[in-house]
Design a protein around this ligand. Structure first.
Ligand SMILES: C[S@@+](CC[C@H](N)C(=O)[O-])C[C@H]1O[C@@H](n2cnc3c(N)ncnc32)[C@H](O)[C@@H]1O
Length: 213
């Protein structure tokens, strides 16, 4: 089944100086969701959350798979991203609520045990730690040590948020040490499988799907 790539033509080059422009990683995450479209639909999701929603293109794409029966929430540390993601939803007929917050802080504890599909394409690039808090566009890609500093803060919260049959889709770079992420999530009761892998220039990217053991 093929689903249309959401339009982001309402966003300008000026917007993309402040928000992450959909790139190979974003499209790989969309391809993973497309590959799992039937299993995602079978879950009959009612709440879907994208952490670090950026332009909103990926969450909107998920909305194209599931339809209007689910509620969509995007979080982002950036106010500009929160505004952009809502408008990307509108331009593609998907209703998206957004919240400017650190990771999922604003969703806890209210959404605990309620999230059926959770997505994260994190800032994954290996950088000095200081770049993470530098602000601006660097916050969209700077991942600090092993490119994992932002991701590692979310991992302990995933199992708390997921519904009993919930799924967590996470994009990782090889340098992020996926095996290590696996172990951390396994210790919280989740097991994962690789959905898709692609080399993009120097980046070896993969998307993983986690669910309760
Ligand atoms: C690699 S971009 C992905 C954007 C979008 N999801 C996509 O796939 O195109 C990472 C996103 O995470 C956001 N982000 C970074 N640190 C965050 C934090 N602590 N809490 C919430 N969002 C964060 C960035 O602003 C950026 O929008």
């Amino acid at each position: 089944m093929e689903f249309p790539t959401p339009t982001t033509s309402h966003l300008t080059s000026h917007d993309f100086e402040r928000i992450y422009e959909p790139a190979e990683d974003s499209y790989l995450l969309m391809d993973a969701l497309e590959a799992h479209c039937q299993q995602i639909r079978n879950l009959r999701p009612s709440l879907c959350v994208e952490v670090g929603v950026g332009s909103g293109a990926v969450l909107t794409f998920l909305g194209g798979i599931i339809g209007s029966s689910a509620h969509y929430i995007g979080t982002d540390i950036s106010r500009h991203a929160a505004v952009a993601a809502r408008s990307t939803g509108q331009h593609n007929n998907i209703l998206i609520d957004t919240v400017q917050t650190d990771l999922v802080t604003a969703l806890l504890p209210r959404c605990s045990g309620c999230v059926d599909v959770m997505l994260f394409n994190p800032p994954y690039v290996v950088t000095p730690s200081e770049e993470i808090s530098q602000g601006g566009i660097a916050a969209t890609w700077a991942g600090g040590v092993n490119g994992r500093e932002v991701t590692d803060r979310l991992l302990p919260l995933v199992s708390r948020l997921l519904s009993p049959s919930g799924r967590f889709y996470l994009l990782l770079l090889e340098e992020n040490q996926p095996g290590d992420v696996h172990q951390i999530l396994s210790d919280t009761g989740l097991s994962g499988e690789e959905v898709i892998r692609r080399r993009s220039g120097p980046e070896n990217l993969s998307v993983w799907c986690y669910k309760r053991k």
